[in-house]
Design a protein around this ligand. Structure first.
Ligand code: FES
Length: 114
């Protein structure tokens, strides 16, 4: 299903925004080659990726334990590694990629297909 999100000008390049489309919570990112969307919560321990940092025009870094995910694919680039000792938690919270959805831009508006 297709949902209208917001004006593309609301998300400058290099920034992201937490949003909702129907029942789905997501984060929309503006990278150098366009707009992308991932699930809103980190797959490790559900921290808000809307508060995450975009790294190298490629990854979102989770604010809690610093897992990094490829924004374009949802793949795990680095699993949770902070603070020291979090690896014990990782025994039960193994690597899991993020859900992603295609975002398109038409006449200055963003749409997501879920
Ligand atoms: S909650 Fe995101 S890395 Fe732990």
């Amino acid at each position: 299903m297709r949902y209208e999100l917001c004006a593309s000008s609301e998300i400058p390049e290099g920034k992201s925004k937490a949003m909702q489309a129907g029942e789905t919570k997501l984060v929309v990112y503006h990278l150098s080659d366009g707009f992308y969307a991932t699930q809103a919560r980190c797959s490790h321990m559900f921290a808000s990726l809307g508060k995450g940092k975009i790294v190298d025009d490629k990854c979102v870094q989770c604010p809690l334990h610093r897992a990094r995910f490829d924004i374009r694919t949802g793949d795990v680039s680095e699993w949770a590694n902070f603070p020291p000792g979090v690896q014990l938690l990782n025994v039960v919270r193994g690597e899991k990629k993020l859900d992603t959805w295609p975002v398109s831009e038409e006449n200055g508006q963003l749409f997501v297909e879920i």
